[in-house]
Each structure stands twice: as C-alpha cells, then as structure tokens.
Design a protein around this ligand. Structure first.
Ligand SMILES: C[S@@+](CC[C@H](N)C(=O)[O-])C[C@H]1O[C@@H](n2cnc3c(N)ncnc32)[C@H](O)[C@@H]1O
Length: 202
C-alpha cells in the first residue's frame, strides 16, 4: 500500500468500477509523469496498463515504480492510435492528459478508447472548463483551443462549454457528469481550477 493522495474524481471512478462486474483490466491514456495515477488502481487489484507519448514522462513514471517496487506496465503510445486490441480493457481513463489534444484529435482519441473498451466497460475522462482560471478567450486559436508556452515548448489546451464534450459520447451512455471547481488543495498546484468530469459506459 503506497498510501498516496489522489484527485477526488479518481476515487469516484474507482467506486463506480467496484459496482461494475467486468474484468479489472485498466488503461490510462497519458499515464506518465512522476505521480502516476495508475498506482491507485494497482493498489486496488487491477491489471494495469498505461500509454504516454513522451519518453521523459515514461522515465519519470518508471522511476516512481522502481521506488515503490511496483510495475504499472506503462509503454510509449499515442491515445489517438491506441496500441492494444479492440475490447481488451474493462476500464479506460485519462486524467488531465486528453486536455492537451485539439478538439478534432480529442474526437479521434475518444473513438479509440471506445474501440479498446469491452461492452459494459467504463471510461472516465475529463475536460478543462472555459471557467478554468487559465482560459483566456483573447489567446484562442480555434474556439476553445489555446496555445500555452512552457519554456521553449508550446502546448495546445482545449477548453469547453459545459455541454460541449457530450457530443464525443454518442456511442456511449453518459452515466455521471460533474463540473468540479478546485478552490484549494494539493491538486490546485496543477493550476487547474475548473474541470468537467465524465464517466461513460460502452
Ligand atoms: C499534464 S500530464 C498528466 C499526466 C498524468 N495523467 C497525471 O495526472 O499525472 C499530460 C500527459 O499526457 C501525455 N500526452 C499528451 N498527448 C498525448 C497523446 N496523444 N497520447 C498519449 N499521451 C499523451 C503527456 O506526455 C503527459 O505525460
């Protein structure tokens, strides 16, 4: 037991998984970094898999795994072309990673998640709300898409109206949706202050 503190929405997703009788095999899309969220599911008996597009983020996650003596199975991969067979996972999620895709690429990634999910499987995804502190309409390139600079690198961030992400889920059933405002706390340091959470079922 690692005893780490995770974002509240992941505990909620874990709760939903516990009342869904399907194989406990889970994929995290954008799983890398020094604080891999997959550890929560590993601790709860899941067979875990992760993909990340960045070598550096995978190395950071591997360092974490080594420190804690666990293997989360995080490999290089792009969530727009998920390197797993169709219907392989009981659960798929992406925690504040899909926010880095353009809106067109987000539609592609959500379709890929649908493909790799078993019938009856659950998916948790989140989106940045236009009410987030970092949304600035003046900087937009396309509606709701903003380029943020981090050092010399530029990242796209997509921001959404409250109902806008619903259109990605035509093939799913939306079983839970929440608009989460983070006022203070550990995950406030990510800089995100307003998030739209979805739990959907195939
Ligand atoms: C803000 S970090 C969040 C990482 C992790 N989910 C967490 O909460 O600690 C975003 C991650 O998404 C990854 N990422 C961005 N685009 C991706 C893509 N198309 N496919 C897979 N991973 C991607 C980045 O490399 C980065 O590791």
């Amino acid at each position: 037991m690692i005893g780490k503190f995770y974002p509240s929405s992941l505990y909620l997703f874990l709760r939903f998984t516990k009342s869904n009788p399907i194989k406990k095999r889970i994929l995290d899309c954008g799983a890398g970094g020094s604080d891999p969220k997959l550890a929560l599911f590993f601790e709860n008996g899941f067979e875990t898999y992760g993909i990340d597009i960045s070598d550096e983020q995978i190395i950071d996650a591997e360092r974490y795994c080594k420190q804690h003596g666990i293997n989360l199975n995080i490999i290089k991969g792009d969530m727009r072309n998920i390197p797993f067979d169709s219907n392989f996972f009981g659960y798929v999620y992406s925690y504040l990673s899909m926010v880095h895709l353009s809106k067109d690429d987000t539609a592609i990634a959500v379709n890929e998640m649908y493909r790799v999910l078993m019938k009856g499987g659950l998916c948790y995804l989140n989106f940045l709300s236009k009410d987030d502190v970092n949304f600035n309409e003046k900087e937009k390139t396309k509606p709701g898409e903003i380029i943020h600079k981090h050092g010399n690198e530029e990242f796209v961030h997509s921001y959404y109206e409250d109902e806008e992400p619903d259109e990605y889920f035509n093939k799913f059933h939306i079983i839970y949706k929440e608009k989460r405002r983070i006022l203070k706390g550990k995950y406030f340091t990510t800089g995100r202050t307003c998030i739209l959470d979805y739990i959907v079922k195939k």
